[in-house]
Design a protein around this ligand. Structure first.
Ligand code: SF4
Length: 940
């Protein structure tokens, strides 16, 4: 017999380069296999703290991303009208010269006329630093239209939030509650974590209107009606309080439940904390029965004691809390209809939480000492972990809903304890330890401080002397006081309206604002191309940087083409959004594993070049020469403060290389490359839990450079900054809100979590628009990047509207049907598909799959452009007029988070049009069209 000669161990690659994936925001470690200098394939890095070798569909499809036909090839100057897609290629020298000539006069006369906003990039500490040096107050990234509710609620309440700042204790959790999580966020860690839970027989409960992805493998699924999660959670709080199933010891020691409130209605400080002369909030010490500072040595806070002075009985937060949530308004029977969850199921879930928390407590045999000097023999925790993301966040009640989840966690002692949720360094970090927002403009000079921050009261708002918004997005105003991530989704409409002022140059990075990243997409395209009475563009100049020919490219005047993620330096920094895990502080790099074959440059290097040309002080030497050669040089040599730079590993100390604090090390990036692209500083065992209160953790964090000094704090069940805004709304204090916002501020900025109906419900007739409409991102795609990827397009080539059984039957839909979907703002006509595992009042579709013809180098008959669609056309950045002469924002009134998921629609069968509607005319493609097939062989 002759057998074919098979090579069963072919040589896979000549070389492996270890870097960081950027096919989503998860930042897994990857091994890029190279053959003859080209990428042959990508696998997961088994040593990496995030993914431990796991690679998702997106990650392995990176090879198609770096070879995508849609890659921009050279700087472009618009030659046709805005929106047409007509450009000519220019040199970098011309491009940077032009940008400098536009921006230099602005900096010298009116820096606020530059609005610089970035999308999903991972270098915000750098881009913010650049904008601060330029001197404009108008900088933010995409958080305002993504999940700022989740981040701000977490930081104001717990000193940390889910996802990048916190994670379930996958090793010890026995019950896991997952609220509204998109499948592409934290993709591999959640999948790996769910696997661990399944392996140990822990229970997974999904709370989500849609049962796909993570929810599909949950042991129990609660098909919540969109926008009502907060009501469900507060009903659980009600039941646990009523049953006495709360962790009194945790509440007394580690939360502000025992902190005394000024209970004198006549006081200017009514509802704020009673404080000692040093300003420290007071509790009653059980040892003495007298008021004592919350953090005094050995103090034992009393949860229920009151303090009577000058005829007033001052009560602790705990009293207010119990009083509110024992109300029958939160009884399961009272919330069942609105949430779509029966009272019996709510009771069963509360019982399951109580049983797991209090009958299956996890005890680790580790002694630790808290900030009051009390030594605990063990670490004991409640093994109930929770996690939430955008499904909860993207509502006008999302901030308070996220707070409600944190209240639930705290009540059962399930924050930073074994089995619950753990913070990832540099968190925990309370809101009081973050900067406040800054907005003071001085022509020719840097801004007076970082743009974004955490206001502590009305005095910290970004208002001009005459009370007008200082920022183009109106962040940190009475309309949305705690807008910690800015409001990128309002920039274009405000700039178009000249409200609060006109700008000159809109500078965007990696944000598809003329398509899937904006509400009112058709309107935004119009705003970007609108002209005034002189025929000039209303937004005079638009500069855009991206690696790909997205829909936004056609609306820019000048394109600065970026590299792909395998062609660039990046740092995933502890100053920003690092790759830390609960057990260690970790950061990572990207470095060019291939060289660009086009005339493109990494955006961060371009910004440094532009900064030097503009003479921005931190970017030039005394002789005016550029301070940094490129971004890699910045990563190595920039110090945010002495000894603290973008990367914490391999810095220089007196005795050589050290981690954490230290002087710049010229070989730092080489060291990272040698180490696999990342560095982890592990937290010692005795410091690994109870981090906000654990002396060992606090000391470790100071040594590493995360804090300047120990910074213990209490979980803020009662958020005092919110109460300060309420006091202003009551007419107290020098800073007063506009009359029309008083009631809204008083109601929604409640210092205790509350639930109110999504704003759109009150602005429309819910009977006319009875259906909730949502988008989700699939596991296999990350926004519009993934939907142009030749491999990933084969998984999700178009996006039908999924319709639940009752609505499907009511309209007698059949397979292959189309529907007209109408909101108060517009109508789309789209294909429908039946889905049973869905909340009966909700329709949904995959996000960002629909494409505009001509964009992304796709052919004009690509299914993404003919059958794909966006729900964005149905959503407006403003609520429908209420008849009061005002236009109210379609966002959370606390943070300004875009309320994408408040959308309500009606649906009707439609005659199938040739293509989904609305159908925008094609843009010309500055990169041509991709070939019919894309194939190559790296080597035989
Ligand atoms: S989860 Fe995200 S970062 Fe990780 S491999 Fe997949 S795409 Fe890459």
């Amino acid at each position: 017999m002759t057998q074919p000669k098979l090579n069963t161990s072919p040589k896979v690659s000549d070389e492996i380069k270890k870097t960081t994936c950027y096919m989503c925001a998860c930042r897994c470690g990857i091994n890029v296999h190279m053959k003859e200098g080209r990428v042959a394939y990508i696998e997961g890095n088994r040593d990496h703290p995030i993914n431990k070798g796991v690679l998702c569909a997106k990650g392995s499809a990176g090879i198609m991303q770096v070879n995508a036909p849609s890659r921009l090839r050279a700087p472009l100057l618009r030659v046709g009208p805005r929106g047409s897609g007509e450009f000519k290629e220019i040199s970098w020298e011309e491009a940077l010269g032009l940008a400098t000539s536009w921006l230099k006069p602005l900096r010298e006369t009116a820096p606020e006329k530059l609005a610089f906003f970035t999308g999903r990039d991972q270098s915000q500490s750098f881009t913010g630093w650049w904008a601060q040096n330029f001197g404009t107050p108008n900088f933010a990234a995409h958080g305002g239209f993504c999940s700022v509710n989740m981040a701000a609620a977490g930081i104001y309440t717990m000193g940390g939030a889910f996802w990048e700042f916190g994670s379930p204790d996958w090793e010890h959790a026995r019950l896991f509650l997952l609220f509204g999580v998109a499948e592409d966020h934290d993709s591999n860690p959640i999948k790996m974590g769910l696997g661990k839970l399944k392996e140990r027989g822990a229970r997974i409960v999904g709370v989500n209107p849609v049962r796909t992805g993570y929810n599909a493998i949950a042991d129990d699924w609660f098909s919540i009606t969109p926008g009502s999660d907060g009501l469900l959670v507060l009903s659980l709080v009600h039941l646990l309080l009523k049953a006495g199933k709360i962790d009194l010891d945790f509440l007394a020691r580690f939360t502000n439940a025992p902190v005394l409130l000024d209970s004198d209605p006549a006081s200017a400080n009514h509802g704020l904390f009673l404080r000692d002369p040093e300003g420290r909030p007071l509790v009653i010490d059980r040892r003495t029965g007298k008021p004592a500072p919350w953090d005094g040595e050995g103090v034992e806070p009393d949860l229920s004691a009151t303090h009577r002075t000058a005829g007033v009985t001052h009560r602790p937060v705990f009293h207010a809390l119990v009083e509110r949530y024992l109300s029958d308004d939160y009884a399961p029977e009272a919330v069942a209809d609105r949430t779509g969850i029966s009272a019996a199921r709510i009771r069963a879930l509360a019982a399951e939480i109580a049983r797991t928390a209090f009958e299956e407590a996890v005890t680790l045999d580790r002694e630790w000492t808290d900030f009051r000097g009390v030594t605990h023999k063990t670490m004991t925790g409640r093994p109930v972990a929770m996690h939430a993301m955008r499904g909860v966040s993207a509502h006008s009640n999302g901030f308070q809903t996220a707070r409600a989840i944190h209240l639930l966690q705290s009540l059962i002692g399930a924050v930073e304890t074994p089995g619950s949720m753990r913070f990832k360094p540099p968190y925990p970090k309370p809101a009081t330890s973050h900067p406040k927002p800054h907005c003071k403009v001085t022509p020719g000079k840097p801004l007076d401080g970082p743009h974004l921050g955490y206001p502590q009261g009305p005095a910290d708002l970004c208002l001009t002397a005459d009370g007008k918004p200082a920022r183009i997005d109106k962040a940190f105003t009475w309309e949305n006081p705690l807008s910690a991530h800015g409001l990128m989704h309002m920039v274009i409409s405000n700039a178009h309206a000249g409200d609060p002022y006109k700008i000159d140059t809109l500078f965007l990075y990696m944000a598809n604002m003329s398509w899937n990243s904006s509400m009112n997409t058709s309107g935004v395209m119009q705003m970007l191309s609108d002209t005034d009475e002189n025929g000039d563009y209303v937004i005079p100049r638009i500069i855009y940087s991206d690696a790909y020919s997205s829909e936004m490219v056609a609306y820019a005047d000048l394109i600065l083409p970026d590299t792909t993620y395998l062609e660039r330096h990046d740092c995933i920094s502890l100053l920003d959004r690092p790759i830390s895990e609960p057990g260690g502080a970790a950061d990572a790099i990207r470095y060019p594993v291939i060289q660009p074959d086009r005339d493109v440059r990494g955006f961060q290097s371009v910004l440094l070049d532009l900064g030097a040309r503009l003479g921005l002080p931190a970017m030039v030497n005394q002789d005016g020469s550029p301070k940094f050669a490129d971004y890699a040089d910045y990563i190595i040599n920039h110090e945010r403060k002495p000894g603290i730079g973008p990367l914490h590993g391999f810095r220089m100390g007196e005795k050589g290389v050290q981690h954490g604090r230290g002087a710049p090390n010229a070989a730092q990036i080489d060291e990272y490359i040698r180490a696999g692209g990342f560095h982890v500083s592990h937290i010692p065992d005795e410091a690994a839990y109870f981090k906000p209160w654990n002396r060992a953790y606090q000391d470790w964090a100071v040594k590493l450079g995360l804090y300047d000094k120990p910074d213990p704090y209490l979980i803020q069940l009662w958020v005092e900054p919110l109460r300060r805004f309420q006091l202003a709304a009551e007419g107290k204090g020098p800073a007063q809100p506009p009359e029309h916002l008083r009631a809204q501020i008083h109601h929604t900025l409640d210092p205790l979590p509350l639930w109110y109906a999504p704003f759109l419900d009150d602005a429309i007739d819910p009977a006319e628009y009875p259906i909730h409409a949502l988008t989700q991102r699939p596991m296999a795609m990350y926004h519009s990047w993934g939907t142009q990827n030749a491999w990933l397009r084969q998984i999700h080539g178009h996006n039908p509207l999924f319709v639940p059984t009752a609505i499907w039957q009511e309209h007698s839909f059949q397979d292959g049907d189309w529907a007209e979907v109408t909101s108060p703002h517009g109508t789309i006509t789209v294909p429908v598909v039946h889905m049973a595992a869905l909340n009966p009042h909700t329709v949904w579709t995959w996000n960002a799959i629909g494409k505009r013809k001509g964009a992304w180098a796709l052919s004009e008959d690509a299914p993404e452009a003919t059958k794909g669609f966006l729900l964005n056309h149905l959503i407006h950045e403003l609520l429908p007029p209420k008849g009061d002469g005002l236009r109210w924002s379609n966002s959370d009134p606390v943070t300004g988070q875009a309320a994408w998921f408040d959308l309500r629609v009606k649906i009707a069968r439609a005659v199938a049009p040739p293509e989904s509607q609305p159908n925008h005319p094609p843009q010309k493609s500055p990169v041509g069209k991709g070939p019919k097939t894309l194939s190559w062989q790296v080597r035989k």
